[in-house]
Design a protein around this ligand. Structure first.
Ligand SMILES: Cc1cc2nc3c(=O)[nH]c(=O)nc-3n(C[C@H](O)[C@H](O)[C@H](O)COP(=O)(O)OP(=O)(O)OC[C@H]3O[C@@H](n4cnc5c(N)ncnc54)[C@H](O)[C@@H]3O)c2cc1C
Length: 347
């Protein structure tokens, strides 16, 4: 794969409106920054080959290389990626929280990993108002403060780049497909730096069909609801066709047809609904409220899940064959849509 520099990122990703603001190009150098939910170039850079380009999930991903790195096996374009098993899960009694997005499995796994010493820190996503901000946490209490889904696109991968610069290792990361694809490419040391140290030892992926452009989302919501009063958001499964905003004890339903106009163009070329470059991927369990679907992909992921269950941080249940069919169809459709759109972009 030909590696370019920041000029090529501009031509191929930012100028073509394909950026999903994952943050993979940010935090490496002084030239790229994220300002209020958008990637911006602060200075010109004339490097011909940059990690910014090599790590970007929109400049072309070497799936075969990533699959060999992650799973020690060739890449197949199966809808759910490579995995060992799929189960239903929710936070166990060791974790008390009232703001989980679904079953709280993500916060439970990260909390257990931190408290048991399996990881030394975790890169999570908090928010300032409606703008998501990455945060490194070191204990379960701070992980709990980052619970719940921020639907705006977040530059979470930038915090991993910053942590690597600071020499941090043994970190957990929670992210969506674009963020984790950027991080997986970073972990492959694409420019073959001799002093490279992998900062990450655990990845938890979030299912994602789309995220929202942070600035457009802020403008859209601010005209309707005071952002300071928002306590949560959700996209209930079809046929609901609404985006739910929770404020205190009440909820507002906004038409999904309006909210979809805020999706960045970059999401339309993303083929990965279940965050395939992860040890464990987590999403909502459609039809089983307050439970999650857990895709366990690696031995590291399986070990963490088993230990978290034994320690009372996580509860498991069976995942149904009908649920698997539904999930596979949804993920397969996202791949097909992305491929079609990618072909349109190049023609
Ligand atoms: C933009 C987006 C779209 C999603 N779309 C779907 C979908 O279509 N179908 C589906 O089943 N699930 C989707 N999810 C995942 C789902 O919303 C829950 O995150 C998942 O089910 C885990 O639930 P939980 O209760 O275990 O999470 P919690 O325990 O509440 O933890 C949530 C975690 O998400 C992280 N997070 C929050 N916002 C972001 C963000 N913008 N970027 C990166 N990390 C973030 C936080 O750091 C926190 O650790 C989406 C998530 C995001 C961020």
């Amino acid at each position: 794969m030909k590696i370019g520099g920041s000029k090529e990122i501009f031509e191929q990703v930012l100028d073509t409106d394909l950026c999903s603001v994952c943050g993979a190009c940010v935090g490496i150098c002084p030239y790229f920054k994220v300002h209020s939910g958008k990637v911006a170039k602060v200075f010109d850079c004339d490097l011909e080959k940059g990690r910014c380009y090599a790590q970007c999930p929109k400049t072309g991903v070497d799936f075969e290389m990533l699959s060999q790195n992650y799973f020690n096996q060739p890449y197949t374009d199966k809808p759910l990626g490579t995995y060992q098993k799929i189960v239903a899960a929710k936070a166990g009694d060791m974790l008390q929280g009232d703001r989980f997005q679904n079953g709280g499995s993500v916060t439970a796994l990260i909390s257990f990993a931190l408290e048991s010493g399996a990881i030394e820190g975790a890169v999570l996503t908090d928010a300032e108002g409606l703008i998501p901000v990455p945060k490194i946490v070191e204990n379960a209490g701070d992980a709990l403060k980052c619970a719940a889904t921020k639907y705006a696109a977040a530059h979470t991968a930038a915090a991993v780049n910053e942590a690597a610069k600071d020499g941090r290792t043994n970190l957990g990361v929670v992210g969506t497909a674009c963020q984790l694809t950027g991080i997986a490419q970073m972990r492959a040391n694409p420019l073959e730096k001799s002093d490279f140290m992998d900062p990450v030892s655990l990845t938890i992926g979030l299912f994602c069909t789309w995220s929202l452009d942070a600035r457009k989302f802020k403008d859209y919501i601010s005209g309707k609801i005071d952002p300071a009063t928002i306590t949560g958001m959700d996209v209930p499964p079809p046929p609901a066709e609404v985006f739910v905003v929770k404020t205190g004890n009440s909820t507002t339903e906004l038409p999904l047809s309006e909210v979809r106009t805020l999706i960045p163009n970059g999401c339309s070329v993303c083929p990965d609904m279940t965050a395939e470059w992860a040890d464990i991927s987590v999403g909502a369990f459609e039809g089983k409220k307050e439970w999650n679907t857990l895709i366990i992909r690696t031995a590291r992921g399986e070990e963490l899940v088993n230990k978290a269950v034994a320690a009372g941080y996580l509860k498991l249940d069976e995942f149904s064959a009908a649920g698997l069919d539904h999930l596979t169809t949804g993920a397969g459709n996202k791949k097909k849509r992305a491929l079609k759109k990618q072909n349109q972009e190049v023609s």
